[in-house]
Design a protein around this ligand. Sequence first.
Ligand code: SF4
Length: 371
Amino acid sequence: MLGLYLHIPFCSSICNYCNFNRGLFESGLKDRYVAALEREIRSAEGSAADTIFFGGGTPSLLEPAEIARLVTACRETFDVAPDAEITLETNPETSTPARMTGFREAGVNRVSFGVQSFREAELKRLGRIHSADRARDAVLEARAAGFDNVSLDLMMWLPQQSVADWRSNVEALIDVRPEHASLYLLELYPNAPLKEEMARAGWSLAPDDDAADMYLWSLARLAEAGYDQYEISNVARPGRASRHNVKYWEDGSWHGFGCGAHSTRGGARWKNVAATAEYVARIAAGEPVATERRELTSTVRLEEALFTGLRLTAGLDIEAVGARYGIDVWGRYGRPLQPFVDGRLLLREGPRLRLTREGMLLANEIMSVFV
Ligand code: SF4
């Protein structure tokens, strides 16, 4: 089953750490963009799909009627399962009771709130424009609108954040009772304005060991509160893992629409032009928006299946992957992996290979064995 990804590149303000494909909201451009997106969807080759994911940017800046129009375009082009998971990434400041009801009526059945922190000082340092109370109210508005599948994103290892500060964020998240949570480490790209602000204000990051403690403590605390970790950065109540995101880690297929969207479908991969105005212009002119199209060799597909599959706590069935790609996985990669097994960072259980929690802290190093 295919996953459909729709990129919405508009934001009300630009956060000082953000490296996503996004720009400031402009009403006229937004109207043209939604029309272009609809046209790109309707021109795609249909097949069965069971997830739709509106990512951004801030997709909740669209009007509910625009979301409905795009969901309809997906349903009329693809054979979208009646019980498809339809997620809208939502920023708390864009939520109102009427908008949340409108999104629900448009067919959205999962909201993922970009909360990032429940501490006012941390939100300010990140340049976020919502308050902790706004985030709590937004979740209540989603509940009142009938959403029974809510996810929250939190970021850890923020400037000036102590282990105790982080713990209070996790406790605040548990109090809000979402079905799903994503915990990301703040990653500062080279020219992030936040880097300059940190230097100017003298803000620092907690030591690496504290970051490891934050990660390990929160997973243990969330497990106690009924959340199972299913991926390095994601936890969910039973049955509430993100069906869409799991496709990225399980060697699945997805078709991305909109500027900068990536697709992996039918053994090929491509990326759409990144600039919003250029994307709109190309669609209006009937020109292709896909660039960098390449057929995936079985070696690339194998490496990625191994690399991304290890992100899941269930790990990989190396016999099944090996049978799919016609190789002996342990025979090829066993030697460089053995030290991680000896160090209890990686477990080999029958045909399965999986990271321990400590191994997840070094995931990039371990997974680089595959590429
Ligand atoms: S709201 Fe999200 S996408 Fe927009 S600037 Fe902030 S971090 Fe980036």
